[in-house]
Design a protein around this ligand. Structure first.
Ligand SMILES: [Zn+2]
Length: 70
């Protein structure tokens, strides 16, 4: 869901704690997004914030079209 930044490197992190296996330089944001999409991550911009969903959570969301239980 967020982008971890450490020592100038970026890494996608899902709400469930799953992370993209690679880290990227700040200027490689487009590469990071392209690699993540290739790997099945879902990336969208919601209310001005980037949302990153790992392949497992994206699949779970597809199987549960009505969304949250609460
Ligand atoms: Zn996830």
């Amino acid at each position: 869901m967020s982008i971890e930044r450490h020592a100038g490197m970026m890494q996608l992190v899902c709400d469930c704690g799953a992370t993209q296996p690679e880290t990227y330089e700040h200027e490689d944001f487009d590469v990071m997004v392209a690699d993540a999409r290739d790997a099945g991550w879902k990336i969208s911009k919601m209310a001005g914030e980037w949302e990153h969903t790992c392949p497992d959570c994206a699949e779970a969301a597809r199987r549960r079209p009505h969304g949250r239980l609460l």
